[in-house]
Design a protein around this ligand. Structure first.
Ligand code: CP
Length: 307
């Protein structure tokens, strides 16, 4: 990255840098269609994947991306590390730094953990999700998926983000990135799950899915994060699903060409039903594939920049 050697937030990127990243993704994509999905670009480089919180998509896509580009990967998780013996987060990061990695990818349940890690690292750090703060590589994945589905840049697209905005790092990163690219953002959910920092006229707020849906070109559904819901933000999951979940009956009220997205993992039957997940307008599988591609492009640029 030009402005910052790290990617901790979408705000570390300019619009031009995101567009350059997507050009790199386009250049690298044919590698994923080869029988042998490997190039020796970064044979001597080591990428450390420090996942202090569970992950399937982000972790596997970073590992696949690094290996596809020929880099070595080392994975560390809370359960398999000396964190369980009482080693502090900073000591763990300093220990990893002493092994001289070329890049550190970090996921942590605490907001700000990636920034703290970057203070103790000489190598670039990528935030792979820090608490309720940000998940920049998911937002980049979602934007690339939209670009590919729409055939290129969009103008005045109405994008709804529905559900648990309050606890969603994906929503925060997507709001920053989609605003940068000129989308009109509509947040949909119960008042208890929409933070007061987001308000009209900059961002459209809807407390009713039924009222918002017919206007939208894209609808991003968010996971109900039961692990972060310590209070009662809504009476029950079934009531949440009744008012804010996406099912075929509700989908009929949307534009026929609406694009449906979800960063995963999905609580099937809560945010959306299985038939919506397999609907032709649903881009979830594309999001997963593009996740590998975006992370390949990021590693390519960041490992190339490193002296
Ligand atoms: N979207 C996302 O971050 O999924 P994982 O938690 O499986 O990585």
């Amino acid at each position: 990255m030009k402005q910052s050697q790290h990617l901790l937030s979408v705000s570390d990127l300019t619009k031009a840098e995101v567009e350059n990243l997507f050009e790199t993704a386009k250049m690298l994509e044919p590698i994923l269609d080869r029988p042998l999905k490997r190039v020796p670009a970064f044979r001597r480089k080591t990428v450390v994947l420090a996942f202090f919180e569970p992950s399937t998509r982000t972790r596997v896509s970073f590992e696949t991306a690094a290996k596809t580009l020929g880099a070595n990967t080392t994975i560390i998780t809370t359960e398999g590390s000396s964190v369980v013996k009482g080693e502090t987060f900073v000591d763990t990061i300093q220990t990893l730094q002493s092994m001289d990695p070329d890049l550190l990818v970090i996921r942590h349940k605490s907001a700000g953990a990636a920034l703290l890690a970057a203070k103790y690292c000489q190598c670039p750090v990528i935030n792979a999700g820090d608490g309720t703060h940000e998940h920049p590589t998911q937002a980049l994945t979602d934007l690339l998926t939209l670009y590919k589905a729409l055939g290129g840049p969009f103008k005045k697209l109405k994008i709804g983000i529905a559900g648990d905005i309050l606890h969603s790092r994906v929503a925060r990163s997507n709001i920053l990135l989609l605003k940068m690219f000129g989308a009109e953002i509509h947040l949909i959910g119960p008042a208890s799950l929409i933070p007061i920092e987001f308000k009209a006229p900059e961002i459209h707020i809807h407390y009713s899915m039924g009222a918002a849906l017919p206007e939208l070109d894209v609808l991003m559904m968010l996971r109900i994060q039961q692990e972060r819901l310590q209070e009662n933000f809504f009476p029950s999951l079934s009531e949440y699903s009744e008012f804010y979940g996406l099912n075929m009956r509700r989908l009929k009220k949307a534009k026929p060409e609406i694009l449906i997205m979800h960063p995963g993992p999905v609580n099937v039957g809560v945010e959306m039903t299985e038939d919506v997940m397999t609907h032709k307008n649903c881009l979830i599988e594309h999001q997963v594939r593009n996740g590998v591609l975006v992370r390949m492009a990021l590693l390519y640029r960041m490992l190339s920049c490193k002296k």
